[in-house]
Design a protein around this ligand. Structure first.
Ligand SMILES: Cc1ncc(COP(=O)(O)O)c(C=O)c1O
Length: 413
């Protein structure tokens, strides 16, 4: 196994009868350690050995796996707070004002998650029976539990476009005629960076063009900017420029920015007042939310510029992957922190590959029969990239076709 360091801690893991290193724990089998309850299994499997090796688990499944640093936890613990539903949390108020100012807009509202702020955006602009236009790989229509239909009575019309992006040419002719037979086309949703589209960055002029077109068509335009700071760092455009291209913008802080949770919806005063009511309806009116707002303010100060490191690491990882036999369709250009590629069918499936990589202490995301996603983030260093490449090489050489299939979902291990 690669990447092991003798530290006198116990590494444990147990899955389906096979020994495998999956969890790092402290070696205390009294149960008091809180190590996900695996220590008992460990004692049986490793013969009570107190001397074992500890592995740094490199988790490339998503940039949502980052954990708040000690510094972030400290600012959370000492945040000034109040009741945010009553509008009395000074830290939340400061965050919302800062985000609105940054994007040159009137207002912003804190949300629990990107899913919540996106669905608030859909509900702000649409009424039941309306339709939204979105790329076929869009998060809003693929990964949010059918939210537009379930929460807003909105149907979704999916379109194709390059790299998960939509330009005016992809949207033209898709607005339904105003007639009693049809639903009312009301909203266009873009995603920047694109997730399933491969971490692609919208050029500013495309966003400007689409927005001008939506205005001509009397449509609204919402941005799923879960990774908008990645896009701004890679694309070199300002928040104000993006702020001019959308009616509402949702941004996540629990991805590359390293917060435990928290998103924001930005827009004009009336829309955000409406969004606040919708947030309450969706169960997202939290009270002393200043604790999370403090983490988000901290992230804005400390974790934005460093996103360029994640992009550099992803580019290096992609370059290494291209050289490994059995890996195919690594994109020529990796713009941000997401890399999608495929595994040669003869070697096994993406889920089997993920299982093999897990034994090398690297977690990755199978995203289809052969498709795999790797994501760089705050907790992945340049040195980790080399460990990952070594692990991929080892798996490819050893093969993984005979591995049991342990799941089917996008994040199956
Ligand atoms: C593009 C995109 N939008 C929205 C979300 C939803 O964010 P959350 O997981 O905070 O609900 C994600 C999550 O991965 C995402 O990738």
């Amino acid at each position: 196994m690669n990447g092991l360091t003798e530290l006198g801690f116990v590494v444990c893991g147990y899955q389906g009868g096979a020994k495998s290193v999956v969890l790092v724990c402290c070696g205390d089998d009294s149960g008091a350690c809180g190590c996900i309850g695996a220590c008992g299994v460990l004692a049986a499997d490793f013969g009570n050995s107190k001397k074992a090796t500890i592995v740094k688990l490199i988790d490339l499944r998503s940039d949502t796996v980052t954990r708040p640093t000690q510094e972030m936890r400290q600012v959370m613990a000492s945040a000034e707070v109040g009741d945010d539903v009553m509008g009395e949390d000074p830290t939340v108020n400061a965050l919302e004002a800062k985000m609105a100012r940054m994007f040159g807009r009137e207002a912003a509202v804190l949300a629990c998650s990107g899913t919540q702020s996106n669905q608030m955006g859909v509900r702000v602009h649409c009424i039941p029976g309306d339709e939204l236009l979105i790329h076929e790989t869009g998060h809003i229509c693929n990964f949010e539990g059918g939210g537009p239909a379930a929460l807003s009575g909105v149907s979704v019309r999916t379109l194709s476009g390059h790299g998960g992006m939509l330009d005016v040419r992809d949207l033209e002719g898709r607005v339904r005629v105003n007639d009693q037979h049809f639903c009312r086309t009301r909203l266009v949703c873009l995603e920047n960076t694109t997730n399933l589209g491969g971490g692609r960055v919208y050029p500013l002029e495309v966003m400007e063009r689409v927005y001008a077109w939506t205005r001509e068509q009397e449509l609204k335009c919402h941005l799923d900017g879960a990774r908008l700071f990645n896009a701004m760092v890679a694309g070199g455009y300002t928040a104000e420029a993006v702020g001019r291209c959308f009616d509402t913008i949702s941004i996540c802080f629990s991805k590359g920015l390293g917060c435990p949770f928290g998103s924001i919806l930005i827009g004009d005063g009336d829309d955000i007042r409406k969004a606040r009511r919708i947030r309450k309806l969706f169960g997202g009116g939290l009270r002393q939310s200043g604790m999370i707002a403090a983490a988000m303010l901290y992230a804005l100060e400390h974790n934005v510029e460093r996103l360029a490191d994640d992009h550099r690491n992803a580019t290096r990882l992609a370059a290494g992957l291209r050289k490994i036999e059995g890996i195919k369709n690594v994109p020529e250009v990796v713009e941000t922190n997401l890399i999608f590629f495929e595994i040669e069918e003869t070697l096994g499936s993406a889920v089997q590959f993920a299982g093999a990589m897990r034994e090398e202490s690297v977690l990755i995301g199978p995203m289809g029969a052969q498709r795999v996603r790797m994501v760089t983030h705050l907790d992945v260093s340049e040195a980790d990239v080399d460990v990952v490449l070594g692990a991929v090489g080892a798996c490819m050489q050893r093969g993984f076709r005979d591995r049991p299939v342990l799941g089917k979902g996008p994040f199956s291990r």
